[in-house]
Design a binder for this molecule. Sequence first.
Ligand SMILES: CCCC/C=C/CC(=O)SCCNC(=O)CCNC(=O)[C@H](O)C(C)(C)COP(=O)(O)OP(=O)(O)OC[C@H]1O[C@@H](n2cnc3c(N)ncnc32)[C@H](O)[C@@H]1OP(=O)(O)O
Length: 426
Amino acid sequence: MPPQNSAHGPPFRVAMAGVVGRLIRCWCRRAVGGRSRSALPSGHPALHPGCCSLKVPALQLHVSKTAMGASQKDFENAMNQVKLLKEDPGNEVKLKLYALYKQATEGPCNTPKPGVFDLINKAKWEAWNALGSLPKETARQNYVDLVSGLSSSSDSSSQGKPEAERKQAGYETVVMTSEEGITKIMLNRPAKKNALTEQMYQEIILALEAASKDDSAITVLTGNGDYYSSGNDLTNFTNIPPEGVEAKAKNSAILLRNFVGSFIDFPKPLVAVVNGPAVGISVTVLGLFDLVYATDRATFHTPFSHLGQTPEGCSSYTFPKIMGPAKAAEMLIFGKKLTAGEACAQGLVTEVFPDSSFQKEVWTRLKAYSKLPQNAMRISKQIIRSQEKEKLHAINAKESSILQERWLSSECMNAIMNFFSQKAKL
Ligand SMILES: CCCC/C=C/CC(=O)SCCNC(=O)CCNC(=O)[C@H](O)C(C)(C)COP(=O)(O)OP(=O)(O)OC[C@H]1O[C@@H](n2cnc3c(N)ncnc32)[C@H](O)[C@@H]1OP(=O)(O)O
């Protein structure tokens, strides 16, 4: 229900949506309690908002006698469909439905504007009034279209479906699922400790892009199996294309920069559910997450010098900022492995949970957070990130370019050969 005054920017609209939401919930409690339903659009079978499980009973329909044959039938069907929606479409959509319904049945808004303190009726009036002189037939059609969109998304929603059906198609190395306001991206190469192949970097970039646009409140990255991730798959460096190693290093630097960039730019709360040990790039990008929950079995390890490499994931900036330069140097230069408790004490991890109850406790917490007002969370994240977004992108570019050189060094090549000849398990 955005106010139509263009002087009111998004924050104002968001604030108003919150106020109206609260008031609509208050109204619902009154209505369910058997008191006045005067706030309900006459004849509109609106869903009861999610504050309780009851639906507002449909009232008698008063569809205009002049409604067109088939279109009126569609309209009536749509009104019935609204009652069957499995999910609350949210206050903004309900106001839109209300407005279209009124326009379709009564024509342009013809009642006086409610007083400034009558926020619910004022919101409804504004939604209706905003439709101006939209013809009844068009309003009826728009109502039908809107309900049809809601019904199909409700039908294909995750409610009551087994997880396999909720998986989003098109990914091979990650599993992407959405449920209860949370989109989960799970690294899915457990036999290789979720080492990140080039395909995986690409799929994570795509998954983050999709999650940034979906209707979830929170996005989670986690791992399948006993590891969170063992970092970059070292076979990435052994796959040399015909164009040669320089081209390989250049392309890898571009991939790295894009991968880290998608974490820098991610617009919603991003949570790492660190289900086991984490190595290399899977550790460094944690500095770009909003929450990092770890099992007490997790360890955090960036053996860059051992591999002849240098920090990435903006860790050359975020780690000293998070844990101070001395502790950051221990990790990034000397490859010190931290326990989950140590990582938490140094601010890299938000909270550590016992492994036995890790999944249960973390998901309970996240499900509660996912019910917080989405726009407020998103805007808060963006304010925080905006302070240093440009700087992070510049650091990412610099780190990627330095690594491009490092990958061509004998130090790096020897370290990778050592790994594959089983001389070194880092
Ligand atoms: C393009 C972007 C570039 C970005 C650059 C990023 C920098 C980094 O991320 S640096 C960090 C790189 N990671 C590592 O150096 C870790 C290497 N792996 C290990 O040290 C060990 O495998 C590990 C300690 C993680 C686990 O040890 P174990 O518990 O003994 O298991 P295995 O070693 O037997 O592992 C099982 C299986 O997985 C393969 N594996 C594990 N990690 C990787 C990896 N990072 N790259 C490639 N393969 C990996 C391991 O070889 C085993 O394979 P199989 O022998 O075929 O079973």
